[in-house]
Ligand binder design. Sequence first.
Ligand SMILES: [Fe+2]
Ligand SMILES: [Fe+2]
Length: 131
Amino acid sequence: MAILKWSPEYELGLEAIDQQHKQLFVIINELIIATEYTRPNTELLSIVERLESYATSHFLAEEELFSQYGFTGRSEHEAEHAVFIDTVKYIRKQCRIIDAPMAPKMRDFLLNWLSHHILTKDKEYRKAMLN
Ligand SMILES: [Fe+2]
Ligand SMILES: [Fe+2]
């Protein structure tokens, strides 16, 4: 079972943001484990709800930084955030109506999205802030 492992390559050097990313790793790993062991859907649903709410506030925190620093890549970046939130909302709705484990492809999407987004998009805005 693939889970997300934190490593220094994910660090942006922004204390608050790094903590939020670590917390997103924790929630997604909870989701991976819950899916793997086919826990009841109520448990899965509560993790998905936490993910939606935590990711929403994390993205807002980043988007505030974009305004503060006048980051030119903001619309493209925010569109990626929106895709993630839309997917989490879709999964939440699916959890409510279907009493079945979350599809592995959904779980893999979340895992890969987060890892790839931090290493590419988040690193990009961090670089722009330092210029
Ligand atoms: Fe981001
Ligand atoms: Fe981020």
